[in-house]
Design a protein around this ligand. Sequence first.
Ligand code: FPP
Length: 247
Amino acid sequence: MSDDAPRSRVPGHIAVVMDGNGRWAKARLLPRSAGHRAGQRAVREIIEGCLHHGVQSLTLFAFSSENWRRPEEEISALMELFLRALDREVESLRQHDVRLTFIGELGSLNSLLRERIARAVAITAGNRKLTVNIAINYGGQWDITQAARELAAAVQRGELAVADIDQNRVAGYCQLSDQPPVDLFVRTGGEYRISNFLLWQMAYAELYFTDTLWPDFNQASLTQAIHAYANRERRYGRTGEQLAHTS
Ligand code: FPP
């Protein structure tokens, strides 16, 4: 049997909480930062897998608004890792027709990292095969709150009537409004939580949890997740019988 799910059953947008780096390192008596470095290899694997399967958008939770509570040393190691990963990978992403975008409150990041982010976004802006969104200093509640603030400002300026605020309008002010909603949410590391990730964009996502620690997640693991997704029945509030009649 082929490893490939039929194209129509491939999720258009996958969102991933990459959990388990710390435990992976601890099991090897290594510092947590070594787990994050190993996690970077898994990022490369999943990008290659998404290109292979024809996924359009991949969103990775690299650093949450809550991750600032971690030890100072781990935060600096992560920021350093992001910086080096950007420098190292941007050319390969460009060659593979991958567009890179970033979501979150980027203003709180150091200026060197912000500069590299802007550079990577500019270099890959014209790419079309796959969009990889990196969430840094991101929180789903922040996302919806900033959308509400923008909407209120538009109303205040007289550009929008309150009665015109509908779901499409709110979605338009949330992050990733130019991309399809999330079809498949993957969380590694054995926890069953959404952790304030893309709350609005995941409204109808299928949820997939695996005990695999993020550094061990590879292309075969992605194929498994896509297969699980392909076998789900997505009803969007309808009954199974109704769906059988429409398909
Ligand atoms: C969660 O594992 C992981 C993170 C907070 C960081 C994710 C970062 C990477 C995978 C590095 C590479 C990323 C990019 C975008 C280049 P954890 O530390 O909470 O693990 P634990 O639950 O085992 O402690």
